[in-house]
Design a protein around this ligand. Sequence first.
Ligand SMILES: [Fe+2]
Ligand SMILES: [Fe+2]
Length: 280
Amino acid sequence: MKSKQTSFLEIIKDVRSLPTIPGIIMEILSSIEDDKASFKEVSDLIAMDQTLTTRVLRLANSPFYSLKNNISTVSQAMLILGSNAIKGLVLSTFVFEMMKKDAMGLWEHALGAATAANIIARELQVPKPEEISTAALLHDIGKVIIRARLKEDYEGLLLRAEEKDMYMREAEMALLDTDHAEIGAWAGKVWNLPDELVEPIACHHDLARSETHQMKTAVVHLADVLIKASGFGFSGDPFVPPIQDAAYDILELDANRLERLIEAIETKLIEVKAFSNAIQ
Ligand SMILES: [Fe+2]
Ligand SMILES: [Fe+2]
């Protein structure tokens, strides 16, 4: 007889069990392979779908990117944000629709992490802050997948984490023999997300595993911890995890830098809360 753990794992890691992404989003995700498809081709594809266009532009102009000028067209968004960030944004429009129904706390955690990641990347002059923000927006996508799959059992996971003083990923490991980081990365690969987004998703709780995009992953990890500490949104963890030593090394953090980052994030979160309220 199969254990409950094995059967959960099989259910979750079955491609057929992934949430069904609308065809247009899948088409866009697979069309932006290594910038081979022209900007025009991809932006035309997005622009064909009015709802998707509105959603992409809304996120592109959200406070977590902190862009100086308003983005009014998809091609402008592609030019400014880059194709990896656009891929992530297109997928985020779908993730948001899934979370909007009953996981707003998790969505706000994602929005907050995206904001924090942008501030950290800019302050520490890490290249491509928009791409890193987008990775942070999607960092807990595995939780959305587990949630969609387990339904009521997910509430059990949250409860277990709270009652047993565990982090979510520990509760996930105990029940599923995998965690949201692994599930998120696996889904990201199936959905053709670029490595620049998949690696931070896979390694945001374990920087030592990050090999190619350490800097990006370290920013997403730090953003995740700082946003939990701020109390913005709800990730499911009953307490705030420590910043990993590797993040201090990779990002050359010290107490002063950290304090500056925390202040800048706290200030920006007021704007992010208003944005989140406005789009619900
Ligand atoms: Fe996480
Ligand atoms: Fe998180």
